[in-house]
Design a protein around this ligand. Structure first.
Ligand code: ADP
Ligand code: MG
Length: 369
């Protein structure tokens, strides 16, 4: 089921009655294609949960529309929208068994949707099997791990075969290993069922790894929408460039003079077509090439061996961060005692942004177009 947001806006009155209202969701216009997994990504407070709550019907928009397919659902109550919801805290009924928890949404169906006991059991067992907890149906939630409880919550959301599955930071309560495992599970379940799924997270790694498409948000405003790799490779502004990637992109003050890009006073790349101005330069950690003749010289602080590759930690006077981090292949040895190291740069890993305003992208490497 495709989901369309049209001029969708949600204002909350200011809680402290001081400044103006909070615009949690500011004029969203985008379409979530049928059968895809979309990651809604942004820092805490940027409006992710509010967007999800508008789609589920838990919140009413201030203005704008929500369509499921051709169906305008903007005024429909949540129970009539056909959505499945999963939150960070699993919100299972503690006194009910796993099976009873999963059955619960089926027991309140009315009229034509009403099911017989055997039909309900069949659906609940199918949902349990899908999330691989069919061996635990008689347990109480307290007798299960966090990861297992979250699977029960997902089964409960899936048991009515929703038109849209909405997941709000579903992995936040799990430890690191379970988080990895469960996100892959969510991807598998989504692909097996083909249910259009919206996955909210503040963790870029999580969103990038399982989404067909990510929507990067900041302060209630959509910044960029696209396939994860495209957004990573072609960020539209400094915020998006900084938000995606671990370790994060290195940020420098720079300028363009005579179509040359300077980081501090070092000319690092030709940037044909860009007019003279102050700029902000972002260089991905993997964009540095160890090169004695290279144009960018940094002061070496330390070298961290990571096995597959090596992390060179340095400083540079034009860096906006305390440290510059470069990731190079492990076979390229760095002289740990050298005071400085020189690099050349991969043009497609260098991003140039306006120094003012929203720091919009100014230039993309010809390699990258
Ligand atoms: P996220 O899920 O991205 O962390 P939220 O959607 O929860 O962000 O919140 C977005 C903004 O809206 C925040 O500034 C938050 O304080 C505000 N907000 C959310 N819900 C309410 C509410 N019920 N009343 C007032 N302000 C709210
Ligand atoms: Mg939230």
């Amino acid at each position: 089921m495709k989901v369309v947001l049209q001029n969708l806006t949600k204002r909350f009155p200011d809680r402290n009655k001081k400044g103006g209202d909070v615009i949690a969701v500011n004029d969203f216009n985008f379409e979530i294609p049928d059968g895809k997994l979309i990651g809604l990504l942004g820092p805490s407070g940027c409006g992710k949960s509010t967007t999800l709550n508008l789609i589920s019907g838990l919140e009413a928009p201030t203005s704008g529309k929500i369509l499921f397919g051709e169906d305008d659902v903007t005024r429909l109550p949540p129970e009539n929208r056909g959505v499945g919801l999963v939150f960070q805290n699993y919100a299972l009924y503690p006194h009910l068994t796993v099976l009873e928890n999963i059955l619960f949404p089926l027991q309140n169906l009315k009229g034509a949707d009403k099911l017989t006991k055997p039909q309900m059991l069949e659906k609940a067992k199918a949902a349990a099997k899908l999330v691989q907890i069919d061996g635990l149906l008689d347990r109480k939630p307290s007798e299960m791990s966090g990861g297992q409880q979250q699977r029960v919550a997902i089964a409960r959301a899936l048991v009515k075969m929703p038109r849209v599955l909405l997941l709000d930071e579903p992995l936040s309560n799990l430890d690191a290993r379970l988080r990895l495992q469960t996100r892959e599970e969510i991807r598998r379940i989504q692909q097996e069922t083909g249910i259009t799924t919206i996955f909210v997270t503040h963790d870029q790694d999580e969103a990038m790894s399982i989404s067909d498409m990510i929507v990067v948000m900041k302060a209630g405003v959509v910044q960029q929408i696209g396939a994860p790799q495209d957004v990573y490779d072609k960020p539209v502004n400094l915020f998006v460039a900084t938000f995606l990637g671990t370790p994060p992109i290195n940020v420098f003050d720079g300028q363009v003079k005579n179509e040359k890009l300077f980081v501090g006073n070092q000319a690092v790349l030709p940037v044909p077509g860009v007019k003279d101005q102050q700029v902000v330069v972002g260089i991905r950690p993997e964009g540095f090439i160890l090169d004695e003749q290279g144009p960018l010289e940094v002061s070496l602080r330390r070298v961290e061996v990571m096995g597959r590759d090596t992390s060179v930690v340095s400083t540079h006077p034009a860096s906006r961060n305390a440290q510059v981090r470069s990731i190079i292949p492990a076979r390229n040895r760095v002289d740990r005692n050298a005071p400085t190291v020189r690099f050349s740069l991969m043009p497609d890993k260098v991003h140039v942004f306006e120094a003012e305003g929203e720091n919009k992208a100014l230039w993309a490497s010809p390699l990258d177009q």
